[in-house]
Design a protein around this ligand. Structure first.
Ligand SMILES: Cc1cc2nc3c(=O)[nH]c(=O)nc-3n(C[C@H](O)[C@H](O)[C@H](O)COP(=O)(O)OP(=O)(O)OC[C@H]3O[C@@H](n4cnc5c(N)ncnc54)[C@H](O)[C@@H]3O)c2cc1C
Length: 334
């Protein structure tokens, strides 16, 4: 093993399931371990059931350490961070990789302080340099790009932006048969600890579009009726709503809903463009979407070559039907 030590990552298993973030972390660490020629493993806060175990095995995870009663500490990140630091120190981990979400971003500084480690947050890229890594990240709300060199002489705690996590299985990854062990800390750390008393999930109707997970956007191809139908569809599906500039210019929405070069740049899991031609000014703002679906009545619309899936259809036909199905799914009148 190279001098970087073991790589440990925390896979949270919300509701006992392996979610996109967990798969992305496994994929990320499998690549890092290959780049650094390091051993690696996953830490969980609950014992993984058959499904998540198979998912982690598919990503080539060699070992899983389950923190006994770890889930009970989720609302006490300071305590959990110290406990996980104790586990990382015991494993002689050279690197701890956390997701840059509410949990990971809180645990990271606690763990870095407890391990006397370097701390780097919201990392976007990493490549080998000497015994360590050259890491890049966006700073100041993505207004600045920063690169940093980690020379591997001291441990590193890093958080990875969720959009930098890909679930793609590398061709070099061989499905494994992970060794699962339970680990119990010798004693719980004492001292004052903040306790999380509540979490309010983001509302897709009001969340900043640049953070939205799923966006349905209306273009000039929407008439006033289809525009209202689309807004209702978004409410029923609990997804975010965007528009193109001509629609904004009509005064139908606020500027914060406009997507594109002068509007918001977005990077959702799914972007659905309805009645949008696909001008460079618009496409420039949606190119980081993971999946783009376009509905347009013109087979030559430039949005189609920019979309993963395209449907040639008239919104006046499609939207009432989508709405009908969404209402039925919500138990309302069809
Ligand atoms: C400096 C500058 C900055 C700009 N910044 C932005 C920006 O940030 N964001 C942005 O969006 N635009 C921006 N624009 C405007 C941009 O160039 C385009 O004009 C705009 O994106 C087009 O919007 P659209 O696709 O809604 O409308 P259109 O180009 O008019 O397209 C409407 C589409 O709807 C389809 N359609 C019509 N009827 C139906 C129907 N019944 N069913 C299905 N499909 C139908 C048509 O086939 C057509 O493809 C900018 C322009 C400039 C000059």
């Amino acid at each position: 093993m190279a001098g970087t030590g073991k790589i440990l990552t925390l896979v949270d298993l919300p509701d006992g399931e392996l979610d996109e973030t967990g798969r992305g972390l496994a994929s990320y660490c499998s690549r890092l371990a290959a780049v650094l020629d390091s051993a690696w493993g996953v830490v969980t806060l609950v014992a993984p059931a058959e499904g998540p175990l198979a998912g982690l095995a598919a990503h080539g995870v060699p070992e899983i350490t389950c923190v006994a009663d770890g889930e009970k500490l989720l609302d006490m990140p300071a305590v959990l961070g110290k406990i996980l630091a104790g586990l990382a120190a015991g494993e002689a981990a050279g690197m701890v990789v956390l997701p840059h979400n509410d949990l990971g971003s809180t645990l990271a500084p606690v763990m870095a302080a407890a391990l006397d480690a370097a701390l780097l947050t919201e990392v976007t890229g990493a490549r080998r340099e000497g015994p360590g890594l050259r890491l890049s990240r966006s700073a100041l709300g993505a207004r600045m790009a920063e690169t940093m060199l980690w020379d591997a002489r001291r441990p590193l705690v890093l958080t990875v932006g969720l959009r930098s996590l890909s679930q793609v299985l590398l061709p070099s990854v061989r499905p494994g048969n992970p060794v699962v062990a339970t680990w119990r800390p010798a004693e719980l750390p004492s001292g004052p600890a903040a306790i999380v008393t509540g979490r309010i999930p983001p509302d897709p109707q009001t969340v900043d579009l640049s953070e939205a997970e799923v966006i349905f956007s209306a273009g000039k191809g929407c008439a006033p009726t289809t525009f209202e139908q689309l807004k209702e569809l978004c409410r029923l599906l609990n997804v975010s709503f965007g528009v193109t500039r001509p629609v904004y210019d009509l005064g139908w929405t606020g500027f914060e809903r406009m997507v594109g070069q002068t509007g918001r740049s977005v990077a959702p899991r799914l972007y659905v463009a309805l009645g949008i031609s696909g001008s460079p000014h618009h496409v420039g703002g949606i190119k980081d979407s993971r999946r783009i679906v376009a509905i347009n009545s013109d087979p030559k619309a430039p949005i189609f070559p920019n979309a993963d899936e395209g449907f040639m259809a008239d919104l006046a036909d499609v939207l009432p039907r989508l709405l009908q199905r969404a209402r039925a799914a919500r138990g309302g009148a069809a």
